[in-house]
Ligand binder design. Structure first.
Ligand code: TEU
Length: 585
């Protein structure tokens, strides 16, 4: 179909629909770190959070896909682990182009996962165990099957301006050179007129137009709907991306190397987050954590400084991404990881707060990505994660040291990111399959999405049917049942660490100091609160290591140790991946 230019103008949103201008107060400054305000106590600072990827956690009805009743059945595992808060990855109705990060209906449970009654029962069971639930707020984009979008695509009407439309170029090319995270242009022409809509992720994930106050009102209503049901807050998907530069200038070649940094720096993002806090969050007792993709170190505090009234915490990814460059792995140095944690800690400033995590549903398994896949490495990483300053977010399966899957063929993958990469890299002739596939196997998100390993049974106790992603063949050795009660298992180590964290306020609120930033194998730091002085020493390497105790650092009691007694005079001799926590004199 061809439309003359005039019709295109009438149909499209080439000029944004006029809206009542919203007045936002001036942005408050970040509290300088030098102001030594003692951090205020909050339940979410003291909490241990556990992320559930519902598709892969527990399948109660044998269809091969995890579900809410499966979660409800396994809550005692989380309680015994010591978890306070569950973060549930999207459980909403979705066509699953991106496994639920493409939402079709924000007020409906994905039928594969169950019903709203199942959700209510799950939430009641969580609360009965004195835990809380935080859900995933995915509002940078919706599914293209959301009713707002199916209406918007038709042309002018109340929903057109819920999304971002721009005319395609005269040669039919996209309005600008923004790339999508899942390959190709971030623009797709659809519907009448020569108009394209913006999608930072898949074409089936159109970006919402947050400059439209009606869109913000809809999002806030969705938030109130779930808060009124009793959820305790939100993990906010790519939340720094919500505000766009309406001029959509082309990215420079330099910016094209890190488009996420531009996407995360829109002109109104802080105004919108403060409005969200004022209109919604401040009326409830919540915690919020933003997925800060693209947020550079200097910008982090703008989101988390408590005096600004935006988010409570963000996830920054330099740590978990240290061993990778896109789909490739890369060598890394412990000193760089320590520098990141140091910088992160400083960026919390006087009133901000951080997160501590080693994996999530978008990463390869932590035991492999930052370790060598061994149980000892899993325990070393856990010790680090649970004694750093910041609220720890555990990812399902890491508590038993689950590892990457031995992928060999592209057909084994489910993830849209993996499949599109294969198309853009291998099928487009950029790299050979033999170069690409072993790297993808080490970096793919599907590593984190294979079924949770509960028992040694076929289906790993995850399902009695055919699992939607294959079960890792190591499930016979690596599973919850086998590790429960077994001394030195990864699971018992996690439990001990969480108990320790609960018993020691210094592990939550204590000041952090890296004692030896340059040591190539050992990560050693103190946590100090009033008279309490704790020392964590972790050998983050597969080789034995030595570390000399600095003057004034006198271990008094060993609170926890994964290896043989290690102190000889002023020296600690550490086995590969050995980790210990001491109370200092
Ligand atoms: O992830 C945002 C993000 O930028 C990811 O692309 C991440 O860098 C990537 O997964 C690495 O391969 C969030 C969600 O966590 C992710 O699951 C979604 O696919 C994405 O947003 C879109 O909603």
């Amino acid at each position: 179909m061809h439309y003359p230019p005039l019709a295109a103008l009438l149909l499209g949103a080439a000029a944004p629909v006029a809206q009542a201008p919203t007045q936002f107060p001036a942005t408050p400054p970040v509290t300088p770190a030098s102001t030594s305000v003692r951090t205020e106590r909050r339940w979410w600072k003291e909490a241990v959070v556990y992320q559930i990827y519902p598709r892969s956690f527990a399948d109660s009805d044998g269809d091969g896909v995890g579900d809410l009743n499966g979660i409800t059945r396994h809550l005692d595992h989380l309680k015994a682990l010591g978890v306070d808060v569950i973060w549930l990855s999207p459980h909403f109705d979705s066509p699953n182009a991106d496994n639920g990060y493409d939402i079709r209906d924000y007020r409906r449970v994905l039928p594969q996962f169950g019903t709203m009654a199942d959700f209510d029962r799950m939430l009641a069971a969580i609360k009965a165990r004195r835990m809380r639930l935080v859900i995933d707020l995915v509002v940078n984009h919706t599914s293209d099957e959301h009713r707002w979008f199916t209406e918007a695509v038709k042309g002018p009407g109340p929903y057109r301006d819920y999304y971002i439309w721009r005319p395609v170029r005269a040669d039919g090319g996209p309005p600008n050179n923004y790339p999508s995270f899942f390959g190709g242009s971030a623009w797709e022409k659809r519907g009448p007129g020569d108009q394209a809509y913006l999608h930072y992720f898949a074409a089936k994930q159109p970006d919402l137009n947050w400059d439209n106050p009606r869109v913000r009102g809809e999002v806030y209503d969705v938030m109130r709907f779930w808060l009124d049901k009793g959820v305790s807050g939100f993990r906010m998907d790519v939340i720094p991306f919500i505000s766009k530069d309406p001029a959509f200038p082309d990215l420079t070649p330099d910016q094209l190397r890190h488009p996420d940094r531009v996407y995360a720096d829109g002109p109104r993002v802080h105004d919108y987050l403060r409005e969200m806090r004022r209109d919604v969050l401040s009326r409830y007792d919540t915690m919020t954590v933003g997925e800060a993709v693209g947020v550079t170190p200097d910008k982090g505090p703008l989101f988390t400084d408590a005096s600004r009234g935006e988010l409570d915490m963000i996830f920054r990814f330099e740590g978990v991404n240290i061993g990778r460059d896109g789909w490739r792995t890369k060598p890394w140095k412990l000193a760089d990881l320590k520098r990141f944690y140091d910088d992160l800690d400083r960026s919390a400033g006087a009133t901000g707060w951080n997160t501590s995590f080693i994996g999530n549903h978008d990463k390869a398994r932590a035991a492999n990505a930052l370790g060598d896949g061994s149980p000892a490495a899993a325990k070393a990483l856990a010790t680090m994660m649970l004694t750093l300053r910041g609220t720890p977010f555990l990812y399902q399966g890491d508590e038993i040291g689950m590892t990457n899957y031995p992928w060999t063929r592209i057909e084994q993958y489910d993830d849209i990111a993996a499949r599109n990469l294969y198309r853009d890299q291998v099928q487009a002739g950029r790299v050979s399959a033999s170069e690409f596939l072993p790297e993808l196997a080490r970096t793919s998100r599907d590593n984190a999405r294979t079924p949770m390993q509960w028992t040694a049974a076929a289906g790993a106790g995850f399902t009695t049917g055919k699992p939607w992603l294959p079960v890792n063949p190591n499930a016979r050795r690596v599973n919850v049942a086998i590790q429960t009660g077994r001394p030195n298992s990864v699971l018992e180590h996690y439990r001990a660490l969480i108990r320790l964290r609960r018993a020691m306020p210094a592990l939550v609120y204590g000041a952090y100091r890296d004692l030896d930033p340059d040591h190539p194998q050992v990560f050693a730091y103190t946590r100090v609160l009033d008279g309490d002085r704790l020392l964590t020493v972790v050998n983050l390497s597969p080789r034995r290591a030595r570390w000399a105790l600095p003057g004034g650092v006198e271990p008094e009691t060993t609170l926890l140790d994964t290896g043989p007694r290690s102190q000889r005079g002023r020296r600690l001799n550490l086995a590969p991946w050995q980790a210990a926590v001491y109370r200092l004199r």
